[in-house]
Write a protein that binds this ligand. Structure first.
Ligand code: FE2
Length: 280
């Protein structure tokens, strides 16, 4: 199974530059082209939230127009910049989003790894939460299939990033409870998040937690006292999660690759069908 994670696309209305600088639509077009060029292609693309710069029907329609070009199916979960009602109106029929209920949480059960998509949004606020209702829903979903390897996805990283800007702490409430819950469900092979606009990995809930990169403007790694949140000019990226049935020594395992997006020279082939092409 090949799962592509894209995150924090921050699409604005066509012709608008986010913060006066960033053409996030063009950045998404590049990400879509990079994903479509994968050989073999992914089984699924998961967007871990902040689809739009500010949630609106027009912005989600712009997002849909670009991502309709994706060859593989895509699922989306909301981030703090998103609007649940507008998201449901534009993408509800095509992106696994539930038609009713307050929260946009759902399960993707069609692949070798089960994916439980959570809604960690507090409407109108930057940090997220996993409240008692959402934790109970997640607990019930995990209890349904304890033998199935499972990814738990949510927009807000449930761990402290070490950055001192606004992305330092993803979850305002429920992080400790989520950690304890996941420790009771040992089938969780990864927690996937977005929000931080740069890839991060740590231990959480008895498993591995990974925050994926953004397709548009990455945040700088700033750990100083001034609480700066700088946009850096590092390349945007996607993550590719490979479920490897034949991994050793522990059996099947999920391996995560972070892939920058940019205009690179073509690959230099060193080996082809087991034959060494270049020395060294
Ligand atoms: Fe974001």
């Amino acid at each position: 199974m090949i799962l592509v994670q894209m995150s924090d696309t921050h699409i604005d209305e066509p012709g608008t530059l986010v913060y006066g600088h960033f053409d996030t639509s063009q950045a998404l077009e590049r990400a879509v082209a990079a994903i479509n060029a994968m050989e073999p292609g992914p089984d699924l693309i998961l967007h871990t939230g902040d689809i739009a710069s500010h949630g609106s029907v027009a912005r989600y329609q712009a997002f849909k127009a670009i991502t309709d070009e994706l060859v593989a199916p895509m699922a989306v979960i909301p981030g703090n910049h998103d609007d649940r009602d507008a998201l449901r109106e534009v993408l509800g029929g095509s992106a696994s989003l539930p038609a009713t209920g307050e929260f946009l949480h759902f399960v993707i059960d069609d692949h070798a790894v089960r994916i439980i998509c959570c809604d960690s949004v507090i409407a109108g606020e930057t940090p997220g939460e996993m409240c008692a209702e959402r934790l109970a829903w997640l607990d019930a979903r995990l209890s349904e299939a304890p033998e199935r390897p499972t990814i738990v996805a949510l927009h807000h990283p449930p761990f402290y990033s070490g950055m001192t800007g606004s992305s330092a702490k993803g979850l305002a409430r429920g992080g400790g409870e989520l950690d304890a819950l996941l420790r009771r469900h040992t089938q969780v092979v990864r927690v996937l998040a977005g929000h931080a606009h740069r890839p991060m990995t740590t231990a959480f809930g008895g498993t591995i937690a990974y925050a994926g990169p953004t397709t548009c403007y990455p945040f700088d790694l700033y750990t100083g006292p001034e609480r700066l949140l700088n946009i850096t000019h590092e390349p945007p990226a996607i993550a590719v999660h490979l479920w490897l049935e034949d991994a050793t020594p522990a059996g099947a395992d999920l391996v995560t690759h972070t892939i920058p997006i940019g205009d690179w020279a073509p690959p230099l082939t060193l080996l082809k069908a087991g034959v060494k092409v270049l020395a060294g």
